[in-house]
Design a protein around this ligand. Structure first.
Ligand SMILES: [Zn+2]
Length: 389
């Protein structure tokens, strides 16, 4: 009889025996039972974390900062599902006066911009948006792609650093991020309140490249002054502010499906289609025009992408079997996104060069084969993007 089991359908990477994360996933370890440490983290989250006492800790934290400065807290805000849910929870449930701070990486999709408009009106909040210099952004994208096989340095770092700079400038010591990284990596676990600080920036955001390094790489082209939106405030300054920078998901259990329903019902937040993602996940990463190329690049390097990540969460939450996940992964993952054309124009490189850079960053034992690749469907809003960089 033909074998339709998940392991047979998926490629020959070793995978967790519970979810479908492969051995090429950052920070993954397998136990004797073949179950990965991310799954173990999720088990801990479900069974061991005392969420009642975490929630009490949260209201204590809110009380401690309420009414002490111009704003009670900052919510770093992209308009995607996680930051929208966080903003909703902080304002509607905790009753804090929040300043929403958005770093505009230059690639927001039209539907998300419309979601943002509805959210800020319905919530009744003040909203600060900053966009960094487009010419500098293009330099940074090219440089980080060539050095690290990842074109997103400016987006990762800017959206992480800029809200901290605003916290300092306006003397707002409390910053609420959304999803804790324990949800998808093992740099942190659920037994600690994850502090979102410079150490975390190095682990998760900046690809090991500080703004100073970037200025060195791009000497003559980009100066330290140009890079000011990407310079993390000094530890001393943040200490003097008494900054607490935490994830809401350390205090309440993170459940993306539930959160999506809450923001849909309360804020009229609308989902969208995303390249490489099944339509049954209309809420995932809809904000970024370059999400398709980002996930495609990950697939070329590591042999898996977003559908694996999403279905793994559903498996852990008992909403999907491994077999169902495998079928979705095979159907949606690893296709060449049509938005790659758009990215290559911005980077001003050829697809050949793109492939060479990606292959050079491959994580063994995965090796990508470009033959037989399928083309993904075009996104309906692509014609509204600015195709002239
Ligand atoms: Zn697992």
């Amino acid at each position: 009889m033909e074998d339709f089991s998940a392991t047979k359908i998926l490629n020959d990477l070793r995978r967790c025996t519970r979810c479908t994360l492969p051995e090429t996933h950052e920070t993954i370890r397998f136990g004797d039972d073949g179950v990965c440490n991310i799954c173990k983290n999720a088990e801990y989250k479900k069974e061991e974390v005392d969420w009642d006492s975490r929630k009490k800790e949260l209201s204590k934290l809110a009380d401690q900062y309420r009414g002490k400065s111009e704003y009670d807290c900052i919510v770093p805000f992209s308009g995607g599902k996680d930051s929208t849910f966080t903003a909703w929870y902080i304002v509607a449930e905790l009753g804090l006066r929040a300043l929403l701070v958005s770093f505009d990486h230059g690639f927001y999709r039209p539907k998300v911009l419309a979601n943002v408009e509805r959210t800020v009106r319905k919530l009744g909040v003040e909203f600060l948006k900053f966009r960094s210099d487009w010419k500098i952004v293009r330099c940074l994208m090219r440089e980080s792609l060539r050095r690290k096989g990842d074109f997103d340095w400016h987006a990762h770092v800017g959206s992480f650093v800029y809200p901290m700079q605003i916290a300092l400038k306006h003397r707002i010591p409390l910053i609420f991020w959304g999803e804790p990284s324990a949800e998808y990596t093992a740099y942190y676990s659920y037994d600690e309140i994850e502090e979102v600080d410079e150490k975390r920036n190095y682990r998760l955001n900046n690809l090991g490249i500080a703004a100073e390094d970037m200025a060195g790489f791009l000497q003559g082209e980009v100066s330290m002054r140009d890079l000011s939106p990407y310079i993390y405030p000094s530890a001393g300054e943040l200490r003097s502010l008494g900054a607490r920078s935490v994830c809401l998901g350390s205090f309440i259990p993170w459940d993306v499906r539930k959160h999506y329903e809450i923001i849909r019902d309360n804020l009229a937040w609308e989902g969208d289609v995303v390249e490489g993602v099944p339509p049954s996940y209309p809420y995932e990463k809809i904000e970024y025009q370059l999400q398709g190329p980002r996930d495609y690049l990950k697939f070329i390097k590591r042999g898996y992408a977003r559908t694996t990540h999403l279905t793994s969460i559903d498996i852990r939450n008992g909403r999907m079997t491994r077999e169902e996940a495998a079928k979705l992964i095979v159907a949606h993952e690893g296709k060449r996104p049509q938005s790659l054309e758009y990215l290559l124009r911005i980077l001003d490189i050829s697809e050949d060069e793109w492939r060479k850079i990606a292959i050079a960053q491959a994580v063994p034992p995965y090796t990508h084969d470009f033959r037989g690749e399928r083309e993904d469907e075009a996104l309906p809003d692509m014609s509204q993007w600015n195709w002239n960089p």
